[in-house]
Design a protein. Sequence first.
Lengths: 266, 275
Amino acid sequence: MTGAEMSDKTMTDTVLSVENLEVTFRAGLEEVRAVRGVSFTVARGESYGIVGESGSGKSTVLRAICGLAPTSGGRIVLDGAPIRTPRDAAFYRRVQMVFQDPYASLHPRHTIDSVLSEPLAIQGFDRREERIEQALEDVGLGKGFRFRYPHQLSGGQRQRVAVARALILEPEIILLDEPTSALDASIQAEVLNLLDRLRAERGLTYILVSHDLAVVSHMCERLLVMQHGQAVEELTREALRARQAQTDYTKTLLKASEGYSAEVTA
Amino acid sequence: MSLLSVENLRVTYPTRQGPAEVVRGVSFTLGRERLGIVGESGSGKSQTGRAILGLTPKPGVATADRLEFDGIDLRQADARQWRSLRGRRMSMVMQDPKFSLNPVMPVGKQLMETLRTHGTPRSEAKKRALEMLEAVQIRDPERVFRAYPHELSGGMGQRAMIAMMLVSAPDLLIADEPTSALDVTIQIEVLRILDKLVAERGMGLIFISHDLRLVSSFCDRVLVMYAGQVVEELRAADLHNARHPYTQGLLNCLPKIDGDQRPLPTLNRDEAWTK
């Protein structure tokens, strides 16, 4: 964080804040503290990135926000009000998630049409036909895809469907869990462009989890670096680009993302 | 003398619309070096790797004018010969640990399986398995040794798999997207292990990846594949001087930490590339 203007901004227009979040998984006697006291705030219209290794708890933070992981401590505040567990339909009306693996996140025996109509039915939306066609149009697929099954679609097309499914409820916040890591580079570029355009058009707020610093740098204004369930460092995009990382871990990440070098980095 | 030579490799699958050729005449030779094969999904890079190990899934058929590993004609190899080669002399790291580890066998047992099959005593096999798990940067090798694949994260599973393939110290390793599921820092560690094996033991490595940037920094030579064909072969260091529009397109569409190009350039495919 740099200076007063940033903290000012987050003070005045915070849409979501996570305060001392703790997530613990128990299996028999073994206890895994996946998230240990993570705090951050996200301003309205901002794109906020979370970077870290696998097992750092970055995805778990997202899952905890949308109620898919049990919080054992701390709280999550949406527009000034703590979120209740279990989440109600009104919450999902405002917050939607796009999952990492487009091959696993779409029901293999549901057509795109039924994937998209389910949230509409749950939330009691009208003009469903129209909305489905519009959502497909918005993500660049078109009506022709409406009655196809996921196996008839490529990975990039499936991820577009997942984005359409999240967008169809016109949410304010979209949680993106590694939205492009399962996709080819050229398709990744298309999906990132799509997400970028939709955010600009609709003033969406993104929380994007990724292991790829380049993707986060491209998409997010601020980012949080996580390791072993803890927040290591919060950086702005400018600081990242200027390589002004404070902690060794972030420096290691930056170095590693530049590619392979034979000498030892540690 | 090259370790592996491949000439005019073709892999064909019968479909209702007639035979579909997914690898169309790939030729290369591999010494004791790091060769990268890059391309997008569907370019035939994984099929090329599988065909070399004789693992083309039925009803697919792989043919070649020449397919020779260390003087052995692999086209004529029978089941017994394949068994003596796979695992011990040539092995393959698969892309997805979720589908390539045995879900009902603990990881440690799977690691020992290769060694036991090729005649290493149990205690020795266990020791080497644990050492290998440690070598791939697994923090708690004893736990992972006892764990079933579903109890591991994707990154851990992938490292376990890499350990499994390296534990027998093969001459040729085909690594199919071995690090795509891993984080950058671990990716580098794993690559260092592979690098060391190439340098110290003279292992030949075929590194299949979609990540051009990574391949260019790690490999000696790169084959760029598109629609089943090698469209360009170049030294990894010369990648930024790539001639083929496909290679250039792939390089350009990657977001960069410092770049602020909005929207990102996308790849426009040309029919002529598949000729």
